[in-house]
Design a protein around this ligand. Structure first.
Ligand code: ATP
Ligand code: MG
Length: 551
């Protein structure tokens, strides 16, 4: 983690509040997901921010499900959200649900009606919209705006009792139809929705709007700093108005720029479309920007937290390059991944002077980045090996430090070999490479005195196991698919997944689920959740280098 950095603007606000003794110096934040989808990397930013602030200033963070829209919400999403927040490494003080406050929020509404600050409106959505005016032109009062308190109380109670169909009536706040802030022009507080709620069942057929649920929930929980994204700036005046008129705990809203990232989309609605229309396998498809997708792909919690730390907290929208996220996981895995050998595009190599039928067990350390190598594993070696097809060239250019006629190279953890000959088929494809080895050049006890520039990886043919390897690329072909013309799905990258069969060294057949492996020279990989002992499946987390930076 980057240790020295200046305070972000929210930390400055919090420190100022603590200095002034506001709320007795208490810090209480919340992370408020709507359980209508899986969390994505943008939510990770909000999670790191909310939990991070509380951690830094000895405060608490609630996990509050903002479940006020019964139609799109589901317990499957609730469970996945809890799993993802925990996996990221955060513990909430309380698990709460806005729906638990429905009685209280209803009572708040009744209180505003009694104060003459809310009214039941029978107008249709279209009528309400057409009466709203424009930012430069005041709105017109609805004919129902002047209803008496008694009538409003009765109608609102009847709405709750289920007397009216969806859309027949709404409850609106009576604020200011001429306000330059459109959100203050008598905003909706409640609508009728005869729908089953995943927690409250059929108890309610009226549901509070976001603006009359979010701040109220914050206040009920005595949240001190309610952090949300920039699009809620115009809602802040309304957030404050409700709290002031209700005379309840004065939570405050602060806004920061949401995370946007290149080559992906970041809205649950769009991600849901990708799942529903089978453009990806599931919410946790390793190409998805979801936390569960990143986890399945081999990202670590530390790498995601580091990414969120590096992008920082800003007050202006921007778009972060996907390569920064990839940089963070590379840095992390370089320190922790175990090194193994796998050949993704094999060609056979025969060591003609190595005894036939013979073989030996070589040794390779697990992790050269750690002193002692974190132990190691046995690597069987024999006369016949697979190497990567691209590591041989019939006519090699000057700086090709790999194999070609007459060239020498070191086999990783093994010997130096020299290419003597090769075999081609009728189409001109190389089918076999013939080499000789230098017995005194064994890694660890090399007395050959020969220096070679290149080292290549290999797998022994008789000992090799096979594995399915999934190579992922960017999900979209363009930087910002959501802002392109037409349907964002037209910009999906048709080559975002390539499935191949690779030869792996035997130790990889017992790879540990959830652990990162570096396939030497090829990238970082991890077992997929669908992997079985009979058929290992590996996901490529990330390549070793940023291949796109060059292009
Ligand atoms: P989406 O637009 O993807 O559906 P949302 O804002 O509707 O997201 P919520 O479940 O309401 O999703 O979000 C929970 C919290 O996460 C909110 O405080 C929201 O501001 C924050 N959040 C959502 N998306 C991002 C993002 N891209 N960057 C930072 N914070 C985000
Ligand atoms: Mg939302």
């Amino acid at each position: 983690m980057s240790e020295e950095r200046s305070l972000n603007f929210l930390e400055e606000i919090v420190e100022e509040d603590i200095r002034e003794g506001k709320n007795g110096g208490r810090i209480h934040t919340r992370f408020p997901p709507e359980p209508n989808g899986y969390l994505h990397i943008g939510h990770a930013k909000s999670i790191c921010l909310n939990f991070g602030l509380a951690q830094k200033y000895n405060g608490l963070t609630n996990l509050r499900f903002d479940d006020t829209n019964p139609v799109t919400e589901d317990t499957e999403y609730v469970e996945s959200i809890k799993e993802d927040v925990k996996w990221l490494g955060f513990n909430w003080a309380n698990e709460l649900y806005a729906s638990d406050y429905f009685d209280q929020i209803y009572a708040f509404a009744v209180d505003l009606i009694r104060k003459g600050l809310a009214y039941v409106d029978d107008s249709t959505a279209e009528e309400i919209a057409s009466q709203k005016g424009t930012p430069t032109e005041p709105g017109k009062p609805s004919e129902y705006r002047s209803r008496s308190v008694e009538e409003n109380l009765q109608l609102f109670e009847e709405m709750k009792a289920g007397k009216y169909p969806d859309g027949a009536k709404v409850l609106r706040a009576k604020i200011d139809l001429a306000s330059p802030n459109m959100h203050l022009r008598d905003p909706l507080m409640y609508r009728i929705k005869h729908a089953h709620h995943h927690r409250t069942g059929d108890k309610w057929c009226i549901y509070p709007m976001y603006d009359f649920a979010h701040g109220q929930s914050d206040s009920i929980e005595h949240i001190t700093h309610s952090v949300c994204t920039l699009e809620f700036i115009p809602h802040r005046a309304l957030y404050d108005w409700f709290i002031e008129e209700l005379q309840i705990f004065p939570s405050h809203q602060y806004e920061f720029a949401r995370l946007n990232m290149t080559y992906t989309v970041m809205s649950k609605r769009k991600l849901l479309q990708l799942v529903k229309e089978n453009h990806v396998e599931s919410w946790d498809d390793p190409r998805m920007p979801t936390i569960s997708g990143l986890r399945r792909r081999g990202y670590t919690p530390a790498s995601i937290r580091e990414f969120c730390e590096r992008i920082g907290i800003a007050k202006r929208e921007n778009i972060i390059d996907l390569s920064l996220l990839e940089f963070c996981i590379r840095e992390d895995l370089n320190k922790t991944a175990w090194r193994r050998m796998a050949v993704l595009d094999p060609v056979k190599l025969v060591i003609t002077n190595y005894p036939e039928g013979d073989g030996e067990i070589l040794h390779g350390e697990n992790n050269p980045e750690v002193e002692g190598g974190e132990g190691g594993r046995d690597i069987p070696f024999s006369r016949e090996l697979y190497i990567e097809r691209e590591d041989f060239m019939e006519v090699a250019p000057k700086k090709f430090f790999r194999l070609g006629p007459g060239l020498m190279v070191r086999l990783k953890n093994a010997y130096i070999i020299k290419c003597e000959d090769f075999v081609k088929d009728a189409e001109g494809n190389i089918t076999e490479i013939h080499c000789t080895y230098i017995p005194e050049s064994k890694s660890g006890s090399d007395t050959s005195g020969i220096n070679v520039k290149g080292t290549i990886h290999w797998v022994s043919v008789p000992h090799a196991k096979t594995a399915e390897v999934r190579l992922y690329d960017r999900l979209f072909k363009v930087e910002d698919p959501a802002s392109e013309e037409g349907d964002f799905k037209e910009y999906l990258n048709p080559d975002s997944l390539q499935i191949i069969t690779a030869y792996i060294e035997p130790d990889l057949a017992t790879a540990i689920p959830g652990k990162g492996y570096q396939f030497i020279r090829k990238g970082y990989f991890t077992l997929d959740k669908h992997s079985t002992p009979e058929k290992p499946v590996f996901n490529r987390t990330v390549t070793l280098k940023d291949g796109w930076a060059k292009k």
